[in-house]
Design a protein around this ligand. Structure first.
Ligand code: MTE
Length: 339
């Protein structure tokens, strides 16, 4: 078969915004070489620390303070590679992205999430990947950051509440993580669960939602090249209010699908019922693809307010502007019935 250059098969905007990240000094040369040379070959799950309590071993001698991720895991380029996304839309500022957050575990008030989450413990942290897989594995966060190649993805985030931002994430393909645990043929869906820690998350002391927050994707959506697990933003590790140390980002779906503070991922043969679908099934469907033609029962989705932008609203794009890449996932499906 003819050799095709990666730039020819990768969607243009992904290729343009794709920049591999190295971590700052303190990570062994061997690990950096792995990240640079093997973009689609994560370390074998056996190399990961498998259980809680092994974090100290897994850091490989990094000075790790309980509470926050070891400084040596920080990325070496604390900035974004471009000032705009592929449509020419300006990136939102770091302060805008980190001071206007939906994270109901902390507060319903978007501006209260940052101060309430300042001391949230993001280290040590484990993520269990299990269910219909051959190699169920519990990964320490440092292994996910060191062993899976981290890259920048500049994506629009469109909230179901009709506001949006442009965010320069750092992260890795969810497909790489799923491949590492070897999904069984019966696996059709992926379920995600957030951390349950009411002692640190005041919102979880209320019955506002059915905790822990959960979400789900079809397996082909989860394996799509645009779907990432984010570990950073603007070249820095994620802040607690953004869902540190690990969150999902699915740019063509409403923001509520992009679940924060993930501790468990389960491959299953049954469509998961996510937190919002459980709370209000008429308002929040399983697919939640950004669609200007299907209104929320209580407001229009035809337009949106870009945070930080003065002036009027802008039209909402089908699939949040990623239709060329993802519309084929839904060929033959009614996007009204499957909202
Ligand atoms: N994940 C958890 N665990 N809890 C939440 O309340 N809110 C969701 C999503 N992920 C939420 C979550 C919603 S409604 C949106 S719009 C995005 O996170 C917001 O992400 P941001 O605060 O980083 O912009």
């Amino acid at each position: 078969m003819q050799q095709i250059d990666r730039s020819e098969i990768t969607p243009k905007h992904v290729f343009l915004s794709r920049r591999e990240f190295m971590r700052a000094a303190g990570v062994s040369a061997g690990v950096v070489a792995l990240a640079a040379c093997a973009p689609s070959a994560p370390a074998a799950p056996a190399a990961s620390s498998a259980v809680a309590g092994e974090a100290a071993v897994a850091t490989g001698g990094l000075a790790a303070a309980v509470g926050t991720l070891p400084a040596a895991l920080a990325f070496s380029e604390p900035t974004a590679s471009a000032a705009t996304d592929e449509l020419g839309d300006k990136l939102n500022k770091f302060d805008e992205i980190t001071n206007y957050n939906n994270y109901y575990e902390f507060s319903l008030d978007k501006e209260e999430v940052a101060p309430l989450s300042t001391n949230f413990t993001t280290y040590p942290w484990q993520v269990e990947v299990t269910g219909l897989v051959n190699k169920p594995t519990t990964f320490a966060i440092e292994d996910l950051i060191r062993n899976f190649p981290q890259e920048e993805r500049i994506y629009r985030l469109r909230c179901v509440e009709a506001w949006s931002m442009v965010i320069p994430w750092v992260g890795f393909n969810l497909s790489a993580l799923i491949n590492a645990v070897e999904p069984k043929a019966e696996a059709k869906y992926v379920e995600f669960l957030s951390v349950l820690r009411p002692e640190e998350m005041p919102g979880q002391k209320t019955s506002l939602l059915d905790w822990p927050y959960s979400e789900g994707l079809r397996l082909d959506e989860a394996m799509h090249d645009l779907t990432i697990m984010a570990t950073g933003m603007y070249g820095e590790l994620l802040t607690p209010q953004q869902g540190a140390p690990l969150r999902l980002v699915v740019p063509w779906k409403y923001g509520f699908k992009s679940i924060k503070g993930i501790v468990k991922i389960v491959l299953t043969d049954t469509q998961p019922v996510s937190t919002w679908a459980m709370a209000a099934p008429r308002e929040y469907g399983f697919y939640a693809n950004v669609n200007p033609e299907v209104n929320h029962p209580r407001w229009s989705q035809a337009t949106e307010r870009r945070i930080g932008e003065l002036g009027g609203r802008r039209p909402t794009l089908p699939f949040n502007g990623y239709g060329d890449e993802v519309a084929s996932l839904y060929a033959g499906m009614s996007l009204t019935a499957n909202f």
